[in-house]
Design a protein around this ligand. Structure first.
Ligand code: DLZ
Length: 203
């Protein structure tokens, strides 16, 4: 068996997620990989005690859309329920249709309003796979910087769940979809609970 010094060791403290609210905002590009990553993140959130009703999942078209979506979700903007998420994850909550927004603005018809409580962490999930143009480089760079900006501007941890893979194989491996792969979504779920718990203490 090969050994490596790389990777995230298990935290000495098992952080308690039972009081935390976490949003997962994910792109739909490269869906097979995205689905596995989101499922891995949700599994670890639940393992750490985060309640189903406190996990909100929102999809956007591609990784380029992640920063704005994270910023709006953190701000408590109205979020359209995505049926793909309910299908994928079996009934996660999108909040009460009757709930008001934090700004007090009524939700437009057909739009589900987020619950009022703030999020303790947001996990931004995207899968960028290098093609034959410069698209990959521009989006990877822009999205990384923008997600960092969102977390520093809002004070809410934004977990960086954007895979920047050079090949399909790399993406599959990092989503645990190859025999020797590891699902990085699990790490992101744990990081969300750890950072959410830390930031509550640091307020
Ligand atoms: C256009 C595009 C391409 C070529 N590749 C990816 C990708 O590998 N992963 C991803 O998440 N999104 C990709 N996109 C879509 C962009 O992120 C974005 O959705 C569109 O440019 C519209 O703004």
């Amino acid at each position: 068996m090969s050994h490596t010094i790389k990777g995230l060791p298990e935290s000495a403290v098992k952080h308690d997620g039972s009081a935390l609210r976490v949003a997962i905002v994910h792109a739909r590009w490269n869906t097979a990989v995205i689905d596995a990553l989101v499922a891995g993140a949700v599994a670890k959130l639940k393992e750490r005690g985060v309640k189903d009703s406190n996990i909100v999942v929102q999809s956007v078209p591609g990784s380029f859309e992640l920063p704005l979506a994270c910023q709006r979700v953190i701000a408590g903007a109205h979020v359209q329920a995505g049926s793909n998420v309910t299908d994928l994850l079996g009934g996660l909550s999108f909040g009460s249709p009757s709930g008001g927004s934090r700004t007090g603005t009524p939700a437009p018809a057909g739009v589900v309003t987020m619950p009022n409580e703030p999020f303790d962490a947001v996990i931004a999930v995207g899968v960028l796979i290098k093609g034959s143009t410069m698209h990959f480089e521009y989006i990877s760079d822009t999205v990384s910087h923008a997600l960092m900006r969102v977390q520093l501007d809002t004070g809410v941890p934004v977990i960086f769940g954007v895979l920047t893979a050079l090949t399909d194989e790399q993406a599959l491996e990092r989503a645990g979809l190859t025999p020797t792969g590891h699902n990085h979504g699990e790490d992101w779920g744990l990081a969300a609970v750890e950072m959410g718990a830390h930031v509550r203490k640091w307020r």
